[in-house]
Write a protein that binds this ligand. Structure first.
Ligand SMILES: *Cc1c(COP(=O)(O)O)cnc(C)c1O
Length: 240
C-alpha cells in the first residue's frame, strides 16, 4: 500500500539515514555500528506498520497506555520494542508483555519489579540503565535516570536479577545543569561511564544516546543506538 504517508515517512527516513551515514563517516565508524530506533510515541499503529514496510526493525515508546495497544496491533511484525519512558512499577507487568528492552531502568525497586514480571512471563528482558548526567549523587534526574555514582549498584542488582539481561546505558542530554546545551560533552561522559561498566561487563555494550536534534553528536561520541522520533514522523502534538 503506497500512500502519501508512506512517501512522507520514506522521505524522512531517508533523510535520517543520510544523517547517520554522514555522522558515521565523519567519525570513521562503520555504518553498521549504529542502530536506528524510531520513537513512534503519539503516532498510530498504522505508522509503525508503514515504517516496518520501509525496513525499520526497532521502535520505541514512552507511555504504556499508548504502547500496549499499538504493540498488540503490530504483533505480527518482526519488531524489537524498546520502552524509553519513566516507568511506574504498576505498569511493569503490561510493559514486560511487549517490550524487548527497557531503556529507562533507574532504581532498585524497578529492577525487582521487572525481574518478577519477566520471570512470570518466562521471557528475558534487556535492560539499559538510564543515566541522569544532571543528577546529584544519590538523586534521580528530572526526567528519570540514576546519578552516575549509582550505576554500579544498579548494574549489580540487574546482574543478580532473574529474567533480566544488562545491555548497557542510556541517556537523554540534560536541559539543565553543567551539560545544558553541551550535547557532545554529555555523550562523551556517557561513553566514559560505559567504558567503566564494560570493564567488568563486556556484554553490556549498548550505548543509547542522541535524538532528532543531536544524533550527530551521539554518533561522534560513540553511541550504538540513536532514538529518533520527530525527524522521521513529524512534530508531535503537544503533550508527547
Ligand atoms: C521522544 C523521545 C525521543 C525522540 O525525540 P525526538 O526529539 O522526537 O527525536 C528519544 N528518547 C526519548 C527518551 C524520548 O522520550
Amino acid at each position: 500500500m503506497t500512500t502519501d504517508r508512506t512517501s512522507e515517512l520514506a522521505e524522512n527516513l531517508a533523510g535520517v539515514e543520510a544523517r547517520i551515514a554522514a555522522a558515521c563517516a565523519a567519525a570513521g565508524r562503520p555504518r553498521e555500528e549504529v542502530t536506528l530506533i524510531v520513537v513512534t510515541k503519539t503516532y498510530p499503529a498504522s505508522d509503525v506498520r508503514i515504517l516496518h514496510g520501509l525496513g525499520v526493525r526497532h521502535v520505541a515508546e514512552n507511555r504504556d497506555q499508548d504502547a500496549a495497544p499499538k504493540a498488540a496491533a503490530c504483533a505480527d511484525l518482526d519488531l524489537t520494542w524498546h520502552f524509553v519512558g519513566q516507568l511506574q512499577t504498576n505498569k511493569v507487568r503490561s510493559v514486560v508483555g511487549y517490550a524487548d528492552v527497557v531503556q529507562s531502568v533507574d532504581r532498585l525497586k524497578l529492577v525487582s519489579s521487572l525481574s518478577a514480571a519477566a520471570e512470570k512471563s518466562g521471557r528475558e528482558l534487556g535492560c539499559l540503565l538510564q543515566v541522569a548526567l544532571d543528577a546529584e549523587s544519590g538523586e534521580r534526574g528530572e526526567r528519570g535516570g540514576v546519578a552516575p555514582d549509582g550505576i554500579e549498584e544498579l548494574a549489580a542488582a540487574v546482574d543478580a536479577a532473574a529474567g533480566l539481561r544488562l545491555d548497557g546505558l542510556m541517556t537523554v542530554a540534560p536541559l539543565a545543569g553543567p551539560y545544558a546545551g553541551r550535547q557532545r560533552a554529555a555523550f562523551d561522559r556517557l561513553m566514559d561511564l560505559s567504558s567503566a561498566l564494560r570493564a567488568t561487563r563486556p556484554a553490556a555494550n549498548m550505548v543509547s544516546a542522541g535524538m532528532s536534534a543531536d544524533l550527530e553528536e551521539a554518533v561522534a561520541a560513540g553511541a550504538t543506538h540513536v532514538r529518533v522520533g520527530t525527524a522521521v514522523l513529524g512534530v508531535r502534538p503537544k503533550l508527547g
